[in-house]
Design a protein around this ligand. Structure first.
Ligand SMILES: [Zn+2]
Ligand SMILES: [Zn+2]
Length: 239
C-alpha cells in the first residue's frame, strides 16, 4: 500500500522529506501530464510540492519516537548530525537514557516502505566509527561483497591503487566487530568459491577463528559448500 503523501520537512536541512525519483526521459511513453510543472518545483527541482499528484516521489523520512516535537529528518541528514546519539539533533533534547542497551526507536519511510520500530542507535554508532576510521567502511563493504558474491566489488577493493599489498592482506584478515568474522568467513558461509580463491590468493588466513572459536571451513561444511571447503582444505590442509 502506498504511503500517503504529507508535507513534512527535514528539521536539519529544511527540505521536503519527499524526494523526486530520477527518471530516464527516453523511457517515458505516457502523456505529458506526468511532467512536474515548473511552478510546483518551487526553488528546488529535487523537491517539488510533494502534494502534487504529478510528482513521482518517494519518502526519505526518519521520525524519532521520543522527540516531543516529533521532528522529521532525511536519513542522510540524520546520520551525519553531530549531536550525542541519545539526543534529538533538532531540539537537542535527550530522548534516550544514556544506557548501552537503550534503543533510539524511529519510524523510517523510504522507497522500500515503512518500518515502525527501527533502532537507529547501532546505525548511528557505526556511522560515526566509519567517519573516524574510513578503512572500517571499506572493510564492511568488502565483507558485504564477499557475502553477496559481488566479485567485481571484491576485485575493485583488492586492486585499489591507494593500498599496498600488505595493506590489502591486513584488510582481508581484519575481523569485524560483530562476530569477529574476516571477509573469508562471509565468502565461505555463502559458498562463494571464486571469491574464496581470490581472498586466499591475496593472503587470507584460513585458520583464523571467530568469536565462537570457529574457522571459515566449519561454516562452509555446515552449509554444504563443497567447492569452498576444498579450497580451504587445500589452503590449510588440516580441517
Ligand atoms: Zn535533510
Ligand atoms: Zn526534536
Amino acid at each position: 500500500m502506498p504511503i500517503p503523501r504529507d508535507d513534512t520537512t527535514c528539521a536539519l536541512c529544511g527540505e521536503s522529506t519527499w524526494i523526486v525519483l530520477a527518471r530516464a526521459p527516453e523511457s517515458e511513453s505516457d502523456s505529458d501530464n506526468d511532467m512536474i510543472p515548473e511552478e510546483a518545483a518551487g526553488t528546488s527541482t529535487r523537491y517539488p510540492n510533494p502534494l502534487d499528484d504529478a510528482a513521482d516521489v518517494v519518502p526519505d523520512d526518519v521520525v524519532l519516537h521520543n522527540c516531543p516535537s516529533a521532528h522529521h529528518f532525511h536519513w542522510q541528514c540524520f546520520l551525519s548530525h553531530s549531536e550525542p546519539e541519545t539526543h534529538c539533533p533538532a531540539c537537542h533534547v535527550a530522548i534516550v537514557p544514556n544506557d548501552d542497551d537503550a534503543k533510539l526507536l524511529a519510524t523510517i519511510r523510504n522507497e522500500g516502505g515503512q518500518e515502525d520500530d527501527f533502532d537507529l542507535r547501532p546505525v548511528l554508532i557505526e556511522e560515526r566509527l566509519f567517519a573516524t576510521s574510513p578503512h572500517l567502511r571499506t572493510h564492511a563493504a568488502l565483507c558485504a561483497a564477499c557475502f553477496t558474491g559481488d566479485e567485481a566489488s571484491v576485485l575493485d577493493i583488492l586492486s585499489s591503487p591507494s593500498s599496498s599489498p600488505a595493506e590489502i592482506t591486513h584488510l582481508i584478515n581484519t575481523p569485524d566487530l560483530d562476530k569477529h568474522w574476516t571477509p573469508l568467513f562471509y565468502a565461505a558461509v555463502s559458498g562463494r568459491a571464486g571469491i574464496v580463491a581470490l581472498l586466499l590468493n591475496n593472503g587470507a588466513d584460513p585458520n583464523v577463528r571467530d568469536k565462537f572459536e570457529h574457522v571459515p571451513a566449519e561454516y562452509a561444511s555446515e552449509e554444504g559448500h563443497v567447492e569452498v571447503l576444498d579450497l580451504l582444505r587445500g589452503a590449510r590442509g588440516v580441517y
